[in-house]
Design a protein around this ligand. Structure first.
Ligand code: NAP
Length: 282
C-alpha cells in the first residue's frame, strides 16, 4: 500500500508513524515544501522515501496535512494527479471552504474531509508522535460525498489508530470548532501578549509562573503560519465567539469594580460546570 503524506509535520508525521505501525506492508512517501523537513522526516523514520507530485499516480492513499490556505490550492491538484481508486484525506482545521472548493471536482468521490481533534503546540516532523490519535475524536464532514469503499478504507485506518468518529456538516464543524479550539488559541495568544507586554523582564515571568499560567499559555507557542489562515477562513464564526468572550470579560471587570464578589463567586461556580461536561465526554 503506497501512502503519500503531503506536509510531513506534526499531524502528517504522526499519521505516518501510526500507519507504519498498524500496516507494516505500507510504504510511506513524504512530500513537503521544506527540504529540511523531508530530510529530517527520513532520518527520524517518519517516512520511508522522499517524493514529488509527479509520483502521486501510484498512491493508494494521499494524506494532505498542510496549512489550510494552501490546502485549498493543493487538494484540487492532488485530485487531478491521483488514479481513480485512490483516497485523498485532508486533515485541515477548517472544513467549509475546502468542501466548497472541491464540491464540483470530477474526483470528489475520492476525497474525504476530516479534522482529527488531536495535536500539540509544536510543529514539523520532530513534533510527530506515535499514538497521538488514541482515544481522540476525528470529525468527518460530508461523508456521503465520498465513495463508499473509500469511506470504509479510511474508517478502518482511523479505527486501527484508535480514533472515534463524529459526523458533521462542514458549516456546523466550523461554527462549533470556533468555540472549542479557535477561541482557546486566541485567548492563549492574547494572555501571552498581555503578560509579555507587562513583564519586560522574562526572567521574572519564568520565576513566578506556576503551572496554571503554563497550562493556560501553552497554546500561545503554536505556529502563526498555521493559525493565521485558520482564523482567516473561519473569520465570521470567530468574531461571534470573541464578542461573547469579550462581553464575559467586561462583565467580570464590572463586577470587580463594583466589589460584587458574591456574584464573582457565582460566575466561577457556574463555570465549574465545565468539569462535569469534560468528565462526561472522557
Ligand atoms: P506543521 O507541523 O507545520 O506541518 C506542516 C508541514 O507542511 C510543514 O513541514 C510545512 O513546511 C509543510 N508545507 C507548508 N506548505 C506546504 C505546501 N504548499 N506543500 C507541501 N508542504 C507544505 O503543521 P501541522 O500542525 O501538522 O498542521 C497540518 C494541518 O493539520 C493543518 O491543516 C492544520 O490545520 C491541521 N491540524 C493541526 C492540528 C494541530 O494541533 N497542530 C490539529 C488538527 C489538525 P514549512 O514549515 O516549511 O512551511
Amino acid at each position: 500500500m503506497n501512502v503519500f503524506v503531503i506536509g510531513i509535520g506534526l499531524i502528517g508525521g504522526s499519521l505516518s508513524l501510526d500507519i507504519q505501525e498498524k500496516y507494516p506492508e505500507a510504504i510511506l512517501y513524504g512530500i513537503d515544501a521544506s527540504e529540511a523537513h523531508l530530510e529530517e522526516a527520513l532520518k527520524l523514520g517518519v517516512i520511508h522515501h522522499k517524493s514529488t507530485f509527479d509520483a502521486l499516480g501510484k498512491a493508494a492513499i494521499v494524506i494532505v496535512s498542510i496549512p489550510v490556505d494552501v490546502q485549498i490550492e493543493i487538494i484540487p491538484k492532488v485530485l487531478d494527479a491521483i488514479n481513480d481508486h485512490a483516497l485523498v484525506i485532508d486533515v485541515g482545521s477548517t472544513k467549509e471552504l475546502i468542501c466548497t472548493v472541491i464540491d464540483n471536482h470530477p474526483r470528489r468521490r475520492n476525497f474525504l474531509a476530516t479534522h482529527p481533534i488531536a495535536g500539540t503546540e509544536f510543529s514539523g516532523p520532530k513534533a510527530a508522535i506515535k499514538g497521538l490519535f488514541v482515544d481522540k475524536t476525528n470529525i468527518i464532514c460530508e461523508v456521503e460525498k465520498t465513495a463508499f469503499k473509500l469511506q470504509e478504507k479510511a474508517l478502518e485506518i482511523f479505527s486501527k489508530i484508535g480514533m472515534r468518529i463524529r459526523y458533521m456538516d462542514s458549516k456546523s464543524h466550523d461554527k462549533h470548532i470556533a468555540y472549542v479550539s479557535h477561541l482557546s488559541h486566541i485567548s492563549s495568544f492574547m494572555l501571552g501578549k498581555t503578560v509579555i507586554n507587562k513583564e519586560k523582564n522574562e526572567r521574572d515571568i519564568f520565576d513566578m509562573a506556576g503551572s496554571g499560567f503554563e497550562s493556560t499559555v501553552r497554546l500561545a507557542k503554536s505556529s502563526p503560519a498555521m493559525w493565521t489562515p485558520i482564523f482567516e477562513q473561519n473569520k465570521e464564526n470567530i468574531i461571534e465567539t470573541l464578542e461573547e468572550y469579550i462581553n464575559n470579560l467586561q462583565q467580570f471587570k464590572k463586577l470587580m469594580e463594583q466589589d460584587n464578589f458574591s456574584e464573582i463567586y457565582n460566575e466561577m461556580e457556574n463555570a465549574n460546570y465545565i468539569k462535569q461536561i469534560l468528565n462526561g465526554i472522557k
